[in-house]
Design a protein around this ligand. Structure first.
Ligand SMILES: *Cc1c(COP(=O)(O)O)cnc(C)c1O
Length: 371
């Protein structure tokens, strides 16, 4: 068996230990004579699995008691609609556009109700920066303020200091307006001050587990505001009242996510995981910046993503050759998103430092042969 060095943006690599445990438990989950995906979601076995997953997640993120954790389906893309359906309450919401995903969120919200564009950092199709929070004009009456704290395609991330400044600026200019973020591609990559947010959501397939599961962490005072006519299953209140079991949840994905949470705890929790993540990103950006211009990051140093590192080569032909050669050398997932081209290395929690070291060796060799 060979596992490739996997830098896929999503669905992405999972920890080997988690896959091994899932394999061991696949035919007979702890003596029940069936896998966990073959038994009732309301039975004792799965009830224990989902409860443990929630408890471990709460532990990892230090989620305050007045927040509910929902295990939903439909991906982050459904959240782009579900968030305004539940939170607009006839008002308008503020949207910040810093890349493809926040742009999609804004467009979807505008279909559901009223969405106001606060600012967009788009520059000729490029997104390379974050606006200074103090310069944003917030709507005091907004139902919420929405952003994407890690733009997976462009590699623009709101780091901890930016989150804090945004929260302070919002709290000062528009007291009580909740922050809402799509954290699909960086949730669990570092400790997080959940209390700054009214709602956090994430598709699982980047840093949590398999696709088919969508995580929502929502402050309980925001439940029960869904617009009249909101389908039963899309009302967060109903999902919270039914412990995410209004209907059959994505049981296998929740089980694997639970194993990932245990794996993160065994590694020392998010502060320890964050230190490794920072080191992986530091080395890759250093290699890019130290390549004499052969490799190039377009993103402002202050908001370069720790999780998704897009970079360019001098010409598109070289980028295509890089992708081809990397695949021949045993790497997968390095091709940039089709909308932007270039190269992208995603450095999620399950990507080990050795994978980055192997990538750096490959990048050196490729540059020596092609510069
Ligand atoms: C992948 C991704 C999405 C889309 O998620 P789906 O689960 O495929 O709908 C949305 N936002 C961000 C930041 C992402 O990384």
């Amino acid at each position: 068996m060979t596992r490739a060095w996997n830098f896929s943006a999503g669905p992405a690599t999972l920890p080997v230990e988690v896959l091994q445990q899932a394999r061991e438990e696949l035919l007979d989950w702890r003596g029940i004579g069936a896998s966990i995906m073959e038994v009732s979601h309301r039975g004792k076995a799965f009830s224990g699995v989902i409860a443990a997953a929630e408890a471990d997640l709460r532990d990892l993120l230090a989620i305050p008691e007045n927040y509910r954790v929902l295990f939903l389906q439909g991906g982050q893309t459904l959240q782009f609609a579900q968030v305004p359906m539940n939170l607009l309450a006839g008002r308008s919401a503020d949207y910040l556009i810093t890349g493809t995903w926040s742009q999609k969120a804004y467009k979807e919200a505008a279909k559901v109700g009223k969405a106001r564009l606060v600012a967009s950092t788009e520059d000729n199709g490029h997104f390379t920066r974050l606006p200074e929070p103090g310069e944003l004009r917030f709507d005091r009456d907004a139902a919420y303020f929405h952003l994407c704290t890690n733009e997976t395609i462009h590699g623009v991330e709101a780091h901890e200091d930016y989150e804090a400044r945004l929260f302070d600026a919002l709290s000062a200019a528009a007291p009580g307006v909740p922050l809402v973020s799509d954290m699909s591609s960086h949730i669990l990559s570092r400790p997080l001050a959940v209390r700054r947010y009214g709602l956090i959501s994430a598709g699982a397939q980047k840093n949590i587990g398999p696709s088919g599961l969508t995580l929502v962490i929502v402050r309980d005072d925001l439940l029960g505001r869904a617009a009249a006519g909101t389908p039963t299953i899309l009302d967060y209140r109903n999902q919270a009242d039914n412990d995410s079991m209004l209907n059959t949840p994505s049981t296998f994905a929740i089980y694997v996510a639970g194993l990932v949470f245990k794996w993160l705890k065994a590694r020392g929790g998010l502060a320890a995981v964050a230190a490794v993540n920072r080191e992986k990103a530091r080395r890759l950006y250093a290699a890019i910046d130290g390549s004499g211009g052969f490799y190039r990051s377009e993103v402002d140093v202050a908001c370069r993503s720790i999780m998704n590192v897009p970079f360019r080569l001098p010409v598109p032909e070289l980028e295509a050759r890089f992708v081809q050669a990397s695949e021949a050398a045993g790497f997968i997932g390095l091709k940039g998103h089709k909308s932007v081209g270039g190269i992208r290395a995603s450095l999620y929690n399950a990507v080990p430092l050795e994978a980055v070291e192997a990538l750096l060796r490959f990048m050196d060799e490729f540059r020596a042969a092609n510069a």
